[in-house]
Design a protein around this ligand. Structure first.
Ligand code: DQQ
Length: 574
């Protein structure tokens, strides 16, 4: 009997040691990143914390050679709650080191959550954070935090000011609708301005506050902007863009060579308008305004919310981050142990037409490209498809330029087809047309029972061609319970010249850029069969007319190095 107990003990020791090696302890999964078998949908080169819930990007900034990304984070579980500011740093915006939370709910003015906010770099180069606290009475108030030790390159510790809260909901502001301060900008009068998202009398409003010292803030008698066509504006963002070239501008730049962008998050989407800002009077003139025109401009026509930009002084560009939610259910998130991604960081700039913005994944992402597959001048006859082989299809970057040799028979666009998303679900990838649908089938199983179609269709409009871009998740997974939306938007390109598509595929996310970044659509998908090495990618043409690929380049993507500080030396796994 004693011998028997001895062997049980030995077996137990082995079992505990083994569980420790694969990252389990007390039944809690500790390190999900290195267990691809159990985590087919965890991403390899998108930013995510090691575990738990993440939502909005907060206070992105560049400070003394290091990029900082803060984010809404629940340190205790994979659902929203206990909101703190997670903090990670990077030297290249691709590889990240997770460090300790920067701001936690500890004070009466933020005890119910440290919600979204922004960083500003003051003259002399010192960073400050303005963020929303949900206070002990669940009122929303604005607070400030500064680095404890500016000589710590990671800026690990942040101190909250004794002056907090700096802005409180008074004079008609509903305490439930007062949040998400922007990066501040300085006017020619040396007065700082910030905007806070709100809803006044049911209308989405960008409240304007001014300060000389960043501590005492006065509300302007007029908001910077409001709209009676929307309700609450979350996470506003206000910044200049150059009318001439793609370089970004520091948030305080205001001159004749600039336009200004106001972004507001509402209805689960990020909308923007472009206008002219007069700092002397703090007026912002736009045409069209939010929800005015048929084309309601959005950063991304898929899953992308509560985004924020920052000016990268090192490379003179403006960079956009957005929260990409899960499309599976809460029980799935609890099971996975995590929820929420950040989009790839994207350069954002005014398009040549001046009528919209364009975006492109930052160039550093290309350092992850491996094993290029290339083909040129290939005809794809109507009703045919081919597989892109030689790359890891579940972790890939694909760029294709399509040429349309014959537009004579193009289908007519009906004047009532105003809603591109609806059009994409009516005319999905399986519904044959004349010029299109053509594009890619990503995260596809070998038998195609699972696939996500990212594709174009071309129509003849009243006096021009109309290009429709769709991302159709309808057949993306055999799992019944995951959301399978179809997204769509028009792309302002001339199909006589070329239509380009770039799709970045990363296990459960597909970020697609049509027309060189004029139209972006991000999708979340959770395939059951098309996972890991069982995933394939195809090019298809389901129109009657042939199309020609002038160039196709595809790469496997290397895993980015994204670890907590103490795990930095982990060997690379592709
Ligand atoms: N998320 C934060 C709020 C913000 C919302 C709370 C937008 O500050 O309005 O986690 O997703």
């Amino acid at each position: 009997m004693e011998g028997y107990l001895f062997w049980i003990l030995i077996l137990q020791i082995f079992f505990i040691a083994y569980r420790g090696r694969v990252g389990y302890s007390h039944g809690v999964q500790k390190d999900l990143q290195y267990n691809p078998k159990n985590q087919p949908h965890r991403t390899a080169y998108h930013f995510q914390p090691p575990k738990n819930w993440m939502n909005d990007p907060n206070g992105p900034m560049y400070y003394k050679g290091i990029y900082h990304l803060f984010y809404q984070y629940n340190p205790y579980s994979a659902v929203w709650g206990n909101i703190s500011w997670g903090h990670s740093i990077s030297y290249n915006l691709v590889d990240w080191i997770h460090i300790e939370q920067a701001i936690n709910p500890t004070e009466p003015y933020d005890i119910n959550g440290c919600w979204s906010g922004s960083a500003s770099i003051l003259p002399g180069g010192n960073p400050v954070i303005l963020y929303t606290g949900s206070d002990f009475r669940n009122r929303q108030v604005q607070n400030i935090a500064v680095p404890k030790n500016l000589s710590d390159p990671y800026l690990r510790e942040w101190i909250k000011s004794d002056h907090n809260p700096l802005m409180t909901p008074m004079n008609g502001i509903d305490p439930q609708f007062f949040r998400d301060p922007t990066t501040a900008w300085e006017g020619p009068d040396k007065i700082w301005r910030v905007v806070v998202g709100s809803q006044i009398k049911g209308h989405g409003t960008a409240l304007l506050y001014q300060s000389r010292d960043f501590v005492n803030w006065t509300r302007s008698h007029r908001p910077l902007h409001f709209s009676n066509k929307t309700a609450m504006w979350e996470c506003p963002d206000f910044y200049p863009v150059s009318v001439d070239g793609i370089n970004g501008l520091d948030t305080s730049v205001q001159d004749t060579g600039t336009k200004h962008v106001l972004k507001a998050s509402f209805n689960d989407r990020d909308y923007y308008i472009i206008g002219t800002y007069e700092p002397e009077t703090d007026t912002f003139s736009v045409n069209p305004d939010f929800m005015d025109s048929n084309v309601k401009l959005r950063y991304d026509y898929g899953i992308f919310y509560a985004s924020k930009t920052f000016y990268d002084s090192a490379k003179r560009r403006r960079i956009l981050w957005g929260w990409v939610l899960e499309a599976d259910g809460e029980p799935d998130d609890i099971n996975k142990g995590w929820s929420g991604l950040q989009s790839l960081p994207r350069s954002i700039f005014l398009d040549k037409t001046g009528k919209q913005l364009s975006q492109w994944p930052i160039e550093e992402i290309e350092t992850l490209r491996r094993k290029e597959v290339n083909l040129q001048n290939k005809e794809i006859k109507g009703g045919t498809m081919f597989e892109i082989t030689g790359i890891t299809a579940s972790q890939a970057d694909i760029e294709v330029s399509f040429h349309l040799p014959n537009l004579d028979e193009v289908e007519l666009m009906h004047p009532e087809w105003l809603d591109p998303q609806f059009l994409c679900s009516e005319k999905n990838a399986a519904t044959g047309g004349v010029i299109g649908p053509f594009g890619i089938l990503a995260l596809a199983s070998k038998d195609l029972t699972e696939h996500t179609a990212v594709f174009f269709r071309v129509f003849r409009g009243h006096d021009n061609y109309v290009v429709l871009m769709c991302s159709d998740q309808n057949r993306s997974s055999l799992r019944e319970e995951v959301k399978k939306s179809t997204f769509g938007a028009f792309v302002d390109v001339d199909p006589v010249e070329m239509i380009s598509l770039r799709s970045l595929i990363d296990h459960s996310i597909i970020e697609s850029f049509g027309g060189e970044g004029k139209t972006c659509i991000t999708a979340r998908v959770y395939p059951k069969l098309a996972i890991g090495n069982e995933s394939h990618v195809y090019v298809f043409n389901n129109g009657t007319e042939s199309i020609r690929i002038s160039n196709l380049s595809a790469w496997s993507m290397k895993r980015a190095q994204i670890f907590p500080l103490h795990k930095r030396r982990k060997p690379e796994i592709d």
